[in-house]
Design a protein around this ligand. Structure first.
Ligand code: GSH
Length: 338
């Protein structure tokens, strides 16, 4: 069974699972896709109990999409890798991936579990995926359980009445940036996708399903909305050119960097400081004055350390090109902070 193939153990309602599925499709690495129940059960056996879990052809299992993608780059080099050739662009792609994974996950989760409509609709979706039958009563009971658990975890992403508007505004700005970008070209670093597109896609993939962000995206950002399903299956995409090395980045990159400098990196810094001080909670003042509080997360402290290490390892000529852009977005100091 399944010999020689990757097996992706994830769920349709999981942004990171769809990120990874889109990567495997684009990379043309044959794989099978599990049911949500198998995915969640597989996660329980992992050190970090999160989906997706990727089972390798030799049977070993690993998780964490960022690490998995990097590992696949090494195992399967060639024309369909996701790392731009230019080291400066490769770094920007990584930074945007981290922003999507660790910041856009806040609006994604917030939209799903804040309003009554989204809670009700999406709890049933997830429950159906999990049960795959068994009758409407069974599914409704599972949905109730999911809903109660997930709503109670809104604080894990720092979502409450005071932070709600800033969290939603950040998703709206990203949709707006993409909506204006994709009418010019489909990708951020040339004629082929990088890790950045797949990470943005992962979180936003759920906007195709959740009623509130779905209505918002369809009405106000129709091209960004269309782009989401375009990224989902790029198995037939043939163009392989990265953009010309050293040319000015597209405006969308600079605009995303502004978001990263205003929200994502200050949040990662506050979290890393809380982790280092052994505090239970991280606090971060949002630009509108509200205070976002969430449990201090070791994983996200590691994310900041990885970004800093990758920046420190760049060749000086790439740093020289990036520094002015990063500086004006407020991104340079957090990246070079000891
Ligand atoms: N850093 C991980 C994050 C994965 C993650 O957070 N997955 C969520 C679902 S989208 C999860 O499994 N959460 C655990 C839970 O809900 O109990 C990755 O990139 O794969």
């Amino acid at each position: 069974m399944n010999e020689g193939l990757y097996r992706l153990l994830g769920a349709l309602g999981s942004p990171y699972s769809l990120k990874m599925r889109a990567v495997l499709r684009y990379r043309r690495l044959p794989f099978t896709w599990s049911s949500a129940r198998e995915g969640l059960e597989a996660a329980q056996a992992m050190k970090a109990a999160v989906i997706p879990v990727l089972q390798y052809p030799d049977g070993t299992r690993r998780n964490d999409s960022t690490e998995l993608i990097r590992d696949l780059e090494e195992r399967h080099p060639g024309a369909r890798t996701l790392t731009p050739e230019d080291p400066a662009d490769a770094f920007l792609a990584l930074l945007i991936e981290d922003f999507a994974d660790e910041w856009l996950s806040k609006p994604m989760y917030h939209y799903r579990w804040t309003r009554e409509l989204d809670q009700r609709v999406m709890a049933r979706w997830l429950a159906w995926d999990y049960a795959l039958g068994g009758g409407a009563d069974t599914i409704a009971a599972i949905a109730d359980g999911f809903r109660t658990r997930q709503v109670s975890r809104l604080r894990v992403v720092g979502s409450d009445e005071t932070t709600s508007s800033a969290i939603e505004a950040s998703a709206i700005r990203v949709l707006d940036i993409l909506d204006r970008h994709v009418v010019e070209r489909p990708f951020l670093f040339g004629d082929r996708p990088s890790v950045a597109e797949f990470a943005l896609f992962g979180q936003m993939s759920q906007f195709q399903f959740d009623p509130t962000p779905n209505a918002l995206a369809r009405e106000r950002f129709p091209y960004a909305y269309r782009w989401i399903s375009f990224i989902d299956d790029l198995s037939g995409w043939e163009r392989t050119a990265w953009r010309v090395s050293g040319s000015a980045p597209y405006p969308a990159i600079t605009e995303l960097l502004d978001e990263i400098g205003r929200l994502h990196l200050p949040f990662l810094m506050a979290n890393a400081a809380a982790v280092a001080a052994g505090e239970r909670e991280a606090e971060f003042r949002l630009p509108d004055g509200a205070v976002l509080r969430q449990p201090a997360a070791r994983y996200q402290a590691k994310c900041l350390a990885v970004l800093q290490a990758r920046f420190a390892a760049l060749p000086p000529e790439a740093v020289a090109r990036l520094a002015p852009m990063l500086e004006s977005a407020g991104v340079l100091a957090p990246l070079t902070c000891p």
